[in-house]
Design a protein around this ligand. Structure first.
Ligand code: SAH
Ligand code: SF4
Length: 387
């Protein structure tokens, strides 16, 4: 099987072009078509010679994600359900600016990205793991989520600027294409990424890292490493490995319990990597990436919302210089876990803040669009199965 154009780093493409005797500036043109103009087919790349396009088409694939469902309005959270080339489904969620989360700018849009079909880690509260793990996403399927969302958002607003539509850029000469590229590069729809969609990103480490490099590179999508957050349920060896990578990616730990007793009850991964090991790996990360860790803590009624959990949680957060995101549990059909009352959530947050920890609490519900990751896919698959 051919590898995909969107799975290759600039250097890899340059090597291939050199072998073909194609001049290096053609690599820049190709990357421009892939990541700035977000082309969906070789034939659109009008400033590449036909012979090169034919060669590329014969040697590389160029997959596109099909959107099966799209929910939500332009200025609210939008969910995209994708069908991948083999028919598997994953989702991405576009979240408009929320200053309480991950960063501070208010004009940003964050995309929540999936990294696997299903999940092998089987956290007891989560929809993504309900049907087990199917497969890892490829590099191009990870990168493709960002490009496809941008393409769809762009076609929403294509009437506002003719220079941003693909059909007009097809007619541009090299010089014009370059100026369009610089205009567009500064106005990407997506400014931040969180790897909190379906799957455990660190269990798909190799593809994740390559996708991250394409998303981060100035020749690629160009999103700064500090605007990219990778969420993990606590894969200790991979956290250490990520700490040794040169980039300053942010790390979110799905903690959900500040003691082994609570974590063992809801997250099987804790039996393999108990809190002491997880904390040590996070300290290692923190030493190398200073203040880049967030602790995610879903509040589940009667499981981890008792105020006696605040002290161990605060200790951990202080030790890691981490802030804490408190998220009231989002009900999953078929699972018997519940969200605590707003009052209980507020008391928990208050008490945590009084212990000197930076904490945020999102009380607004995920709304009608199945906001917790994995839920839209599950629902659609059930509906399709019942047809
Ligand atoms: N596997 C990774 C990333 C994907 S899960 C991880 O676990 O970190 C993304 C986040 O959604 C995790 O923090 C997860 O615990 C949380 N989550 C899963 N089910 C949820 C639910 N029903 N309500 C609220 N958050 C949920
Ligand atoms: Fe997998 Fe994360 Fe869901 Fe756990 S919370 S089952 S690791 S996706």
């Amino acid at each position: 099987m051919n590898c995909d154009a969107r799975s290759l780093l600039r250097g890899e493409l340059a090597d291939q072009f050199a072998k073909w005797g194609v001049p290096a500036y053609r690599v820049t043109q190709l990357l421009d078509w892939l990541y700035q103009k977000r082309a969906t087919g070789w034939e659109q790349m009008s400033n590449l010679p036909k012979s090169l396009r034919e060669r590329l088409a014969a040697g590389l694939s160029l997959i596109n994600l099909d959107v099966v469902r799209r929910q939500g309005a332009r200025d609210t959270t939008q969910k995209f359900l994708w069908r991948l080339p083999d028919g598997a489904m994953v989702e991405s969620v576009l979240i408009p600016a929320n200053p309480a989360l991950y960063s501070d700018a208010s004009d940003r849009q964050t995309l929540c990205v999936s990294t696997q079909v299903g999940c092998a880690y089987g956290c007891k509260f989560c929809a993504s793991g309900l049907d087990g793990w199917k497969r890892n996403l490829s590099v191009e399927e990870i990168v493709g989520q960002i490009l496809a969302v941008e393409r769809l958002s762009e076609s929403d607003s294509s009437s506002s600027s003719s220079s941003s539509s693909l059909s007009s850029s097809e007619k541009l000469n090299d010089e014009e294409a370059t100026s369009t590229l610089s205009a567009r590069a500064s106005s990407r729809t997506i400014t931040n990424l969180v790897f909190m969609g379906m799957g455990e990103p660190l269990a798909n480490y190799t593809n994740l890292l390559k996708a991250l490099r394409i998303l981060n590179a100035p020749w690629g999508v160009g999103i700064g490493a500090r605007k990219i957050t990778i969420s993990t349920s606590g894969l200790v060896p991979q956290i250490r490995k990520l700490a040794d990578e040169p980039e300053q990616f942010r790390l979110a730990i799905s903690l959900h319990g500040a003691t082994d007793e609570v974590r063992n009850r809801i997250m099987p991964v804790n039996r393999k990597y108990p809190l002491a090991e997880l904390t040590a790996a996070c300290e290692y990360y923190q030493e190398r990436k200073s203040k880049m860790i967030t602790l995610e803590y879903i509040l589940i009624a009667g499981v981890n919302d008792d105020l006696d959990q605040v002290a161990p949680l605060a200790n951990l957060a202080r030790r890691l210089f981490a802030k804490v995101n408190l998220i009231p549990y989002n009900a999953v059909e078929g699972l018997d876990w519940h969200r605590p009352s707003d009052d209980q959530c507020l008391q928990f947050a208050d008490s945590l803040k009084k212990s000197g920890v930076t904490a945020t609490l999102r009380l607004e519900k995920g709304g009608d669009i199945d906001a917790a990751c994995g839920q839209l896919r599950l629902k659609t698959e059930k509906e399709l199965a019942n047809q």
